[in-house]
Design a protein. Structure first.
Length: 347
């Protein structure tokens, strides 16, 4: 069994060919960071146009690198949401075109299911397991019960941690993406110098909030600037260290609760923020304390890619999912309802 996967829901255009045994034959990712850099965020219209321009090439490249032809494949999986609808549509249209032209089955995949099922692509992981998805756009706990059954335990009620890292980097004049820049600064900082909040820790449950933390950093920066006319290198490092420690503490405590609730034998993490060494080490400790294993797939499979989409397509295909030409892109698509029939989906 082998599937072509297509991903275009945010600012990465990606295509991949994956086999049913988890072998990744190819995985091509074309980013758009430089296109959006001047605007301080992803511009949906620019993203959609760039996807349209790059998708064909990505798919050709992925096929070429895999050594397979379209005729050798068993299906086409495409991200059908959630995400920026222009980009999602571009991918869905291309996938439909390929399916119509070859007669291959078409499977519409939830982008979040792609992230959530990645541990099964990289390792022989059995259900159920607890997944913490922590990226620039998302932050949520999912108990993964089956390839089509996800239970959301909680998540951020405002910013995602990656977004907070990026905003704090901007506040402190550090380059984007902010995560790696803040982590590098934090290495020489004192995390205890600034008393930054640990939002929502006093409340039960697994929901999180990160926007107040970013505001606290802004206030601390402005207080320092007002008192001394600017920030020293050490001030900046201390702020970064304090901010990183606050995020790590919140994630660790909420993960502890989620694990206690689910009692799954494994904690898996995905998303760009899981690349952070301090956060990763804290989460690993939480898993160990809870008697659970810990798994963080390689970063290139934790951030947006099409191998995870091809794999999620294979899993859904094995459960019998087939989408027809009426497959619709969905800007919003909560993962709890991933198994619910898509609006307008035909057989
Ligand atoms: P999504 O995939 O949810 O739509 P995204 O594409 O922004 O969102 P990813 O590509 O998974 O998410 O991750 C990018 C985010 O991860 C950025 O916000 C970046 O700052 C953050 N990040 C990357 N490396 C680190 C790090 N070492 N520490 C903290 N954050 C990091
Ligand atoms: Fe993603």
């Amino acid at each position: 069994l082998s599937f072509l996967g297509i991903e275009s829901s945010c600012d990465d255009t990606a295509a991949a060919v994956v086999r049913g045994d988890g072998t990744i034959l190819s995985s091509v990712v074309a980013g758009q960071t430089e296109l959006h850099a001047a605007f301080g965020g992803v511009v949906p219209e620019i993203a959609a146009r760039a996807h349209t321009e790059k998708l064909d090439h990505c798919v050709e490249e992925a096929l070429h690198l895999s050594g397979l032809r379209l005729a050798d494949l068993d299906g086409v999986a495409v991200t059908a949401g959630p995400g920026l609808i222009g980009g999602v549509m571009a991918g869905v249209m291309l996938a439909k075109g390929i399916a119509a032209g070859t007669g291959l089955p078409l499977v519409g995949v939830n982008h979040l299911a792609g992230h959530a099922l990645t541990p099964r692509l990289t390792d022989r992981v059995e259900f159920p397991y607890l997944m913490l998805l922590v990226s620039g756009g998302h932050c949520q706990f999912l108990r993964v019960d089956a390839a089509d059954a996800f239970h959301r335990l909680g998540g951020t009620i405002d910013d995602a941690p990656g977004e907070a890292f990026d905003k704090v980097a901007k506040l402190l004049g550090l380059p984007q993406p902010g995560g790696p820049a803040v982590e590098a600064e934090a290495a020489s900082g004192d995390p205890a110098r600034f008393a930054l909040p640990r939002p929502l820790l006093d409340r039960p449950g697994c929901d999180m909030s990160f926007s107040g933390l970013k505001t606290a950093v802004l206030r601390a920066r402005d207080d320092l600037a007002a008192a001394r006319g600017g920030l020293s290198r050490q001030d900046r490092a201390d702020l970064c260290a304090g901010f990183q420690a606050a995020i790590a503490d919140v994630l660790a405590e909420k993960t502890r609760r989620a694990l206690a609730q689910t009692r799954t034998p494994l904690l898996a993490v995905a998303g760009g923020v899981a690349a952070n060494a301090r956060i990763r080490a804290d989460l690993e400790q939480v898993a160990q304390d809870g008697g659970a294993g810990f798994l963080a797939p390689p970063l290139r499979l934790c951030t947006d890619n099409a191998a995870m989409i091809a794999w999620a397509g294979i899993e859904a295909f094995r459960l019998g999912q087939r989408d027809g030409m009426a497959l619709a892109g969905r800007p919003r698509w909560p993962l709890d309802q991933a198994a619910a029939p898509m609006l307008g989906a035909g057989k």
